[in-house]
Write a new protein. Structure first.
Length: 370
């Protein structure tokens, strides 16, 4: 079957663009329902390494004539013990009769009665696999007439393209996970980052930077945004970016971008490792705000790493926050003498030479990331 302009516009392009939708492939599903004459449909997406209790992503779609009908209950459909979805051959289109259990007459009668009640008299199943990393099951149903030969042929033609889109989605999910891992750790430390080009335009900003700063479209209508700061601050950022981009060995520059909040931005030459093709930033801007740590989690890490008792770990955390020794002990219900004894044990177990060294050990360790 040759690709038509309608195929490309209504199916293949929405598959490519659909990997960025939430949930993915919604427009593709709506167009596929219209093209095949289906009444209702759903697409189930499962990832191979998803948690056991994690629900699959289900994208239900109905034709306009069925907009008042409830979506297909895929859990009820699954409970009918039709031909197991995992046993379907990827890329092959299955008819409803192939899914029924003809070896058990009682089960067959139960299946047919339930399907009739659900308004499913004709259906097609299609399984798509992403090399073991993910699976998708596409189910389309009709009520009065079976699917035409051209509709089934269209599903067969679509299958490899849906498989390719699913593999791309899996790769994108992996990249999103990597980004989320890095961003979550930085957020625990109160660190925000901005990627800038050589002219000081913002190419990207993480969640903390977005929450702390205001960004405006570039006045020259070029790609990127500008930080909404005072004119003098904007000039300092532009000059620093130009210098750092021109001479990569330049030392970092510090610009106070908000005097009222005492918010500083450290600008340094970009050293990101990006695969081509990529628009590489020239400068990375880093800012930091105070973050309240989870004391219980941090103390648990100190206990596990250094063998501290619960009270010793709590005292060590308090000292790492700069609290005076005796006051920190009193807050924990300890006497002055007990506090001094605990501090000696803490220094001995952690190898710290004093409170300043303990602060270094705690803040450079895993406790702030717990």
């Amino acid at each position: 079957m040759a690709f038509t302009p309608a195929d490309q516009r209504e199916l293949y392009l929405p598959l490519i663009e659909g990997i960025h939708e939430t949930p993915p492939f919604g427009l593709f599903m709506r167009n596929l329902v219209a093209r095949t004459g289906a009444r209702r449909a759903f697409l189930i997406l499962t990832l191979a390494n998803a948690a056991q209790a994690q629900e699959p992503v289900v994208i239900p779609v109905s034709a306009p004539r069925a907009h008042a009908e409830p979506p297909i209950d895929f859990r009820r459909l699954e409970a009918l013990r039709l031909h197991p979805h995992g046993a379907l051959r990827p890329g092959r289109v299955y008819a409803l009769d192939e899914m029924l259990d003809y070896d058990d007459r009682a089960q067959l009668a139960l299946q047919r009665a339930a399907l009739e009640e659900m308004g499913i008299r004709h259906a097609r199943w299609l399984r798509v696999s992403a090399g073991g990393a993910a699976d998708a099951w596409l189910v389309l149903v009709r009520l009065r007439e079976d699917f035409s030969a051209s509709a089934v042929s269209l599903l067969t033609e679509v299958a490899p393209h849906l498989g390719s889109a699913l593999r791309t989605l899996v790769a994108l999910i992996g990249q999103r996970l990597q980004a989320a891992l890095a961003q979550t750790s930085l957020e625990r430390l109160g660190i925000g980052q901005i990627a800038l080009d050589a002219e000081g335009r913002v190419m990207a900003a993480d969640r903390i930077a977005e929450s702390l700063l205001t960004f405006l479209p570039d006045p020259a209508a070029r790609a990127g945004r500008r930080m909404q700061v005072l004119p003098d601050v904007a000039r300092q950022i532009e000059a620093a970016c130009a210098a750092l981009a021109a001479r990569g060995s330049e030392p970092p520059r510090v610009v106070r971008i908000d005097p009222r909040r005492q918010l500083d931005l450290v600008l340094r030459p970009a050293d990101l490792l990006l695969d081509d093709p990529a628009a590489r930033p020239a400068v990375i801007g880093v800012l930091r705000v105070s973050r309240e740590q989870d004391s219980a989690a941090g103390a648990g890490v100190l206990r596990a790493v250094h063998g501290l008792s619960a009270q010793e770990a709590a005292l060590a955390l308090a000292l790492s926050r700069g609290e005076p020794l005796i006051e920190a002990g009193m807050a924990l219900g300890l006497t002055a003498e007990t506090t001094r004894n605990y501090s000696k044990r803490i220094y001995g177990k952690t190898g710290a030479s004093g409170q300043a060294d303990l602060v270094r050990i705690v803040l450079n360790g895993l406790a702030p990331l717990a």
